[in-house]
Design a protein around this ligand. Structure first.
Ligand code: SF4
Length: 215
């Protein structure tokens, strides 16, 4: 069984897959409490569903791209089984994870989008660093949500320490919605010269607004 907050079909709002049609399975619960979290509604509630019920909902969309997200999806043991079953059905599977839980048992066919929490999140002390050593340069992406210059300097140090220009397909750099100085962030990314860096804005928030759910 899985505890599920929502399942929906929309466009992918982030990552190198942004703009693609995507089915989303948003699992309930997260052990972190990032100061700028935009998914607090996932912390509690949700609906108990069997694997077959979840897979049935996903199949009905007829969409080859599926993202398993949260909350922190990997905090539920059942997530690893769900990911394996989605891969067995030949979906292209994205895992959006907050970086606290080990990715070691994630099916190797899935593509991982791994957050590294920066200091302003309040959760930088809980990054599970071995996850960075498991990244695969042909498919996995790293995401830094950057509030300010101190966060950006932290991100640069992590990129250097873990050789992420070589280890990750992309270094995604996201602002905190409504807080981060966007021109400043664009300037830092530009000046960095990091070959795989990408500043990104969450497309779904531009289209439907920051508080919309299930889109
Ligand atoms: S890891 Fe994600 S869902 Fe959990 S508190 Fe942080 S931003 Fe929110």
């Amino acid at each position: 069984m899985l505890r599920v907050t929502e399942i929906f079909h929309s466009i992918q709002g982030e990552s190198t897959h942004a703009g693609r049609p995507c089915a989303f399975v948003r699992l309930t619960g997260c052990p972190m409490r990032c100061t700028w979290c935009d998914s607090e509604y996932t912390f509690t509630g949700g609906e108990q569903m069997t694997f077959e019920e979840v897979l049935g909902r996903v199949r009905a969309y007829g969409c080859p791209l599926v993202e398993v997200t949260g909350g922190e999806p990997l905090a539920q043991r059942g997530a690893f089984e769900l990911i394996r079953r989605l891969c067995d059905e030949n979906y292209e599977v994205l895992i959006e994870t907050g970086g606290y839980v080990s990715t070691e048992e994630v099916d190797e066919r899935a593509k991982i989008i791994l957050d590294v929490k920066c200091p302003a999140s309040g959760e930088a002390g809980r990054n599970h660093w071995p996850n960075l050593e498991r990244l695969r340069a042909d498919r996995d992406e790293i995401k830094f949500v950057v509030t300010d210059r101190a966060d950006w300097d932290y991100a640069l140090a992590v990129v250097e320490r873990y050789d992420l220009t070589r280890r990750a397909l992309a270094l995604l750099v996201s602002p905190v919605w409504g807080t981060t100085d966007l021109p400043a962030l664009a300037g830092w990314v530009t000046e960095s010269g990091l070959p795989n860096a990408r500043m990104q804005i969450q497309i779904h928030k531009l289209v439907w607004g920051a508080d919309a759910r299930g889109v």
